[in-house]
Design a protein. Structure first.
Length: 73
């Protein structure tokens, strides 16, 4: 006699995307250099602010990682 498969339950997933308060911008050199080429001062200031926050966040995360690993930098 063939084995019966157990019934499966449907898993409900949310169809709503996560809320993002600001557009996501890849903060590497190309978008920054492109903003400089366009000469839009407001865009350059916005990118600079975002990049500085990103660098601070990464620096903090790396410090936590080093602490957890017991490494000194």
């Amino acid at each position: 006699m063939p084995a019966r498969k157990a019934p499966t339950k449907a898993v409900k997933t949310s169809s709503k995307p996560a809320k993002v308060s600001v557009p996501i911008v890849a903060l590497y050199a190309v978008p920054i250099y492109n903003a400089i080429k366009r000469g839009d001062a407001a865009e350059m200031k916005k990118l600079a602010t975002q990049a500085r926050k990103h660098v601070a966040d990464v620096t903090s995360a790396l410090a936590a990682l080093d602490k957890k690993l017991g490494t000194k930098r």
